[in-house]
Design a protein around this ligand. Structure first.
Ligand SMILES: NC(=O)c1ccc[n+]([C@@H]2O[C@H](COP(=O)([O-])OP(=O)(O)OC[C@H]3O[C@@H](n4cnc5c(N)ncnc54)[C@H](OP(=O)(O)O)[C@@H]3O)[C@@H](O)[C@H]2O)c1
Length: 223
């Protein structure tokens, strides 16, 4: 199996995914900012590459340390010290650098419910609370779609730090709302990486027991 490179593995969904993939014996590398704690990742055998996603040369240096084809997952989110967002600029740097590497396998981008065609169904409260970040993530989604990469976009609902339930589902219904555990998003990402039928599609990711929708939700059937 190709090695997996994760951006955003210091915590949350990225860390859960690193745990899952290492448990299968897959080689995993993670690019972490210099100040970011790598302890949990090192304990499970993840190769740590240091760099800031807001710096394209940092990403190029990280990729240069990998040999052969690799898959990529990005869960990047947050601001740099100067206010720039990893959600758009960081992700776009990663997308373009991975695309230019010539060694890219699958590319899974974790964004958010409300991105892209889900935007018209956002509540006023959600727009006020996360609108700018969600719009930034949409820019990254748009850039990814224009590459020749073998991509899938996952848009989780509100994230909860609880153990996996196995109740996460993917759907292309843009009207769905709800919550999902970070560990379940990681489980879905892990399956998506292995399922070619998810290629070049964007999905909302939500817990089947914690979702609401005005129209029927058809879950995507993962392999
Ligand atoms: N919170 C929610 O309810 C919610 C809902 C829907 C979607 N989402 C999205 O789902 C994804 C996963 O969320 P999460 O809460 O599990 O993770 P998270 O806490 O948002 O983690 C973000 C990751 O990005 C890294 N990062 C930020 N800026 C970086 C930079 N310039 N260079 C390198 N790494 C950088 C952080 O590393 P550091 O350790 O260096 O900070 C961290 O590992 C995120 O994209 C999030 O926005 C969240």
């Amino acid at each position: 199996m190709r090695p997996l490179l994760i951006f955003g593995a210091s915590r949350g969904v990225g860390l859960e995914l690193a745990r899952l993939e290492r448990a299968t014996g897959r080689p995993v590398a993670a690019m972490l900012r210099p100040q970011s704690d790598a302890g949990h990742l090192q304990q499970i055998g993840v190769e740590i590459l240091r760099g800031d996603a807001l710096s394209r040369p940092d990403i190029e240096q990280a990729l240069a340390q990998l040999s052969g084809p690799f898959d990529t997952v990005s869960t990047l989110s947050g601001r740099g010290e100067d206010g720039r967002l990893a959600d758009d600029e960081g992700n776009i740097n990663v997308i373009e650098t991975v695309a230019a590497s010539g060694s890219a396998g699958r590319f899974v981008l974790i964004t958010s419910m409300g991105c892209g065609d889900m935007a018209p169904y956002r509540s006023e409260r959600a727009i006020a609370a996360f609108g700018a970040v969600v719009d930034a993530k949409t820019l990254a989604e748009d850039r990814l779609r224009k590459t020749g990469l073998d991509w899938t976009i996952l848009r989780p609902g509100g994230l909860l730090s609880e153990p996996a339930t196995g109740n996460g589902l993917l759907t292309q219904n843009p009207q769905v709302h709800g919550f999902i555990h970070r560990a379940d998003v990681a489980l879905l990402a892990s399956r998506v990486l292995r399922d070619p039928a998810t290629s070049r599609h964007a999905f909302a990711a939500v817990d089947r027991n914690r979702m609401s929708c005005d129209t029927p939700v058809e879950p995507f059937s993962l392999a």
